[in-house]
Ligand binder design. Structure first.
Ligand code: HOZ
Length: 419
């Protein structure tokens, strides 16, 4: 079956024909291609067309698709049984590796997605502090739990209001613009005694890539310490991408709790939250804050995740960052030569090319970018075998497997784009 027929059929079976809204490619006025297989930095669709992949499953595939060590570990794990619903070696080994690489995570709990990780971390922060309110940033996306669907980023940011989310739930979510420390301070001055936590993407990755201003993350740390609130870094995207120790290592800020996902599963469904032992011990069965999951600590996902983290320790993050910067700058320059107003955000192996003449520092500015121009660019790049994020408000990712030839082929395609 070709992509068109699959999409037609899928729409009769799944809302919008997809299992996650962005994949419908509505934001680039297009339709999805259905993927048959992936290897290295390449994808092939069901019609056998080849693409250079800059989505990389939205982040997990930092080593590329089918990394031999990760595949071997997963296959070996499958041969030992795919789910036990009981403790296993792999979850201890992966927990030990994560706590070694991210020292602020003295203890952790495995779950099956980033959404589960953030909603559990929020519950823990509330249970630990006995407070209900929390601060989140406009345009940050922490998965789809009710409390986080207030001014969320990613595809959720395109839906006005929050249908299905009770007002009583959302009233505890206090909002501030990303990078606006004064707004956060004002919330603490008004409701400091009732604020359980701040949750933040230390580098925002769901309104396009937005870097924290100097002093922003330190300011959040200081306010949390001053008011006895928990600082949660949502590192589902940045964990093991910005550095082995994540954004917290890169910016030198220690959160109380951290959430992870994506890379730590090596391409399998995994999430994880963890932090100070004293806080984590409030989780059941030691403490009273409840959370559970049949597939939590799944042995196949643990094996793939562990193999990924071991491999990453042999990788040169600085070299990938330098190569990615050079590539993203060249790509942006090509669009500028074509008369487009552009601004580039980049860190490590993530970047967003905004069709905007002003640098983007928050959700409002991200929303003002030229979505039509991005759609034109995206469609013509796809037609030339380049698979980019199907929305201008998302990040693109490179990996350790992308070659200079991949980048050159991508630049060649960009040169042919017409507006
Ligand atoms: N949450 C992802 C974008 N930031 C999209 C996930 C998906 O559609 O697979």
């Amino acid at each position: 079956m070709d992509s068109k027929s699959l999409y037609t059929k899928a729409q009769t079976l799944m809302p919008g024909g997809v299992n996650s809204p962005l994949r419908a490619c509505k934001y680039v006025n297009s339709e999805p291609v259905f993927i048959q297989n992936a290897k290295g930095a390449r994808l092939w669709d069901v019609e056998g067309r080849e693409y250079i992949d800059y989505v990389m499953s939205w982040g997990p595939m930092i080593l590329g698709h089918q990394d031999p060590a990760v595949s071997e570990a997963a296959h070996k794990a499958v041969d030992l049984g795919t789910s036990y619903g009981a403790p296993c070696y792999g979850e201890v080994a992966l927990a030990e590796e994560i706590t070694k690489l991210i020292p602020s995570m003295e203890m952790l709990r495995m779950v099956s997605s980033g959404t589960e990780a953030t909603m559990s971390a929020l519950r823990l922060a509330r249970g630990y502090t006995g407070r209900n309110k929390f601060i989140k940033f406009i345009g940050n996306y922490h998965g789809h739990a009710d409390s986080f669907l207030a001014a969320a980023g990613s595809a959720a940011g395109t839906i006005p209001g929050t249908p299905g989310v009770p007002e009583e739930v959302i009233k505890h979510t206090l909002l501030a613009h990303y990078n606006d420390l004064d707004a956060v301070r004002a919330h603490f001055e008004t409701s400091g005694d009732d604020i359980a936590c701040i949750i933040v993407e230390p580098v925002a990755g769901n309104m396009g890539l937005v870097l924290p201003r100097d002093g922003f993350l330190q300011g959040l740390r200081d306010l949390c310490t001053q008011y006895g609130a928990i600082l949660i870094f949502d590192e589902v995207i940045t964990g093991f991408r910005l550095a082995l120790g994540g954004a917290q290592e890169r910016f030198g800020i220690t959160p109380d709790l951290t959430t992870l996902g994506k890379i730590i599963g090596g391409g399998f469904p995994v999430g994880c939250y963890g932090g100070k032992r004293e806080i984590m011990e409030h989780m059941a069965p030691v403490g009273g804050v409840f959370q559970a999951g049949t597939l939590s600590g799944n042995p196949v996902a643990m094996a793939a995740g562990l193999a990924t983290l071991k491999r990453l320790q042999q990788c040169d993050y600085a070299a990938l960052e330098a190569r990615t910067r050079k590539f993203a700058e060249a790509l942006t320059a090509i669009m500028v030569e074509k008369g487009q107003a552009m601004s580039l955000a980049h860190i490590a192996s993530a970047f967003t090319m905004y069709f905007s003449k002003v640098p983007v520092t928050n959700m409002t500015e991200s929303g003002q970018c030229n979505a039509e121009a991005y759609a034109t660019y995206w469609q013509q790049m796809l037609a030339q075998g380049i698979y980019l994020a199907p929305a201008g408000f998302e990040c693109s990712f490179t990996s350790f497997i992308h070659t200079d030839e991949d980048f050159e082929q991508t630049l060649e395609a960009a040169r042919k784009v017409e507006f």
